[in-house]
Ligand binder design. Structure first.
Ligand SMILES: [Zn+2]
Length: 216
């Protein structure tokens, strides 16, 4: 397997993290972000959450601060699009992306998987590709009731410390989600373990992504 380094040329890589809902970025790529902060301390993070009303918005901001605590540079932006209704407000969200695309030229973009079963996630993924089509995009996965887990093609090893930190941060901050049957430590650890098996991770854990296009 090829073991590559992110950002071989970028001096201060700009990393854009996009999430439809308050906890998506953390669940999808929180461990990779923790690893990147440690290994690429000069990176600048742009953390954008498209929806969040009151408590969810507060949790989203708090969580971004926790995950990006050691990042050298960060911008956190929480919008208030109505959760579960994204396709019906597509023009507004598209306008937001148009603006974002003019302001930013990221070296790496994290977004939702294009075949995610949640309509908000799919729209965000499509708009990410509309706006940042010639950028390096990695699509992350979110376990859910609908059962849309697929076959990713890129893996990031996570050590046990980052696994523990990721899970603890998510469960500590997103108290509003604790009643949901799937929002548990074992869900978050299980998916990392399965991806660790698939990638033969020395630590046993990995986050997995879909990479449509990569240029060397
Ligand atoms: Zn979501």
């Amino acid at each position: 397997m090829l073991n590559i380094r992110f950002f071989s040329e970028a001096k201060k890589p700009r990393i854009l993290c996009l999430g439809a809902h308050a906890d998506d970025i953390e669940i999808g790529c929180g461990g990779t972000i923790l690893r990147l902060i440690r290994e690429v301390p000069e990176a600048k993070f742009y953390w954008v959450v498209l929806s969040g009303a009151e408590e969810r918005a507060k949790e989203a901001r708090q969580s971004a601060q926790v995950f990006l605590r050691d990042a050298g540079s960060k911008v956190i932006n929480v919008q208030n699009s109505k959760e579960s209704y994204f396709p019906f407000f597509g023009a507004e969200i598209k306008d937001f992306f148009e603006k974002l695309g003019k302001e930013l030229s990221p070296d790496l973009v994290f977004t939702h998987y294009r075949n995610d079963a949640h309509q908000d996630h799919r729209l965000l993924s499509a708009l990410t590709w509309n706006t940042f089509r010639d950028h390096f995009i990695l699509e992350y996965e979110i376990p859910k009731y609908d059962g849309d887990i697929g076959n990713p093609n890129m893996y990031v090893y996570l050590d046990e410390t980052d696994v523990q930190r990721k899970i603890k941060f998510i469960c500590d901050v997103f108290q509003s989600q604790n009643e949901k049957q799937w929002f548990t430590e074992d869900t978050f650890r299980s998916i990392l373990r399965i991806r660790g098996v698939e990638s033969n991770s020395p630590s046993r854990y990995a986050e997995a992504f879909y990479c449509r296009k990569m240029v060397f």
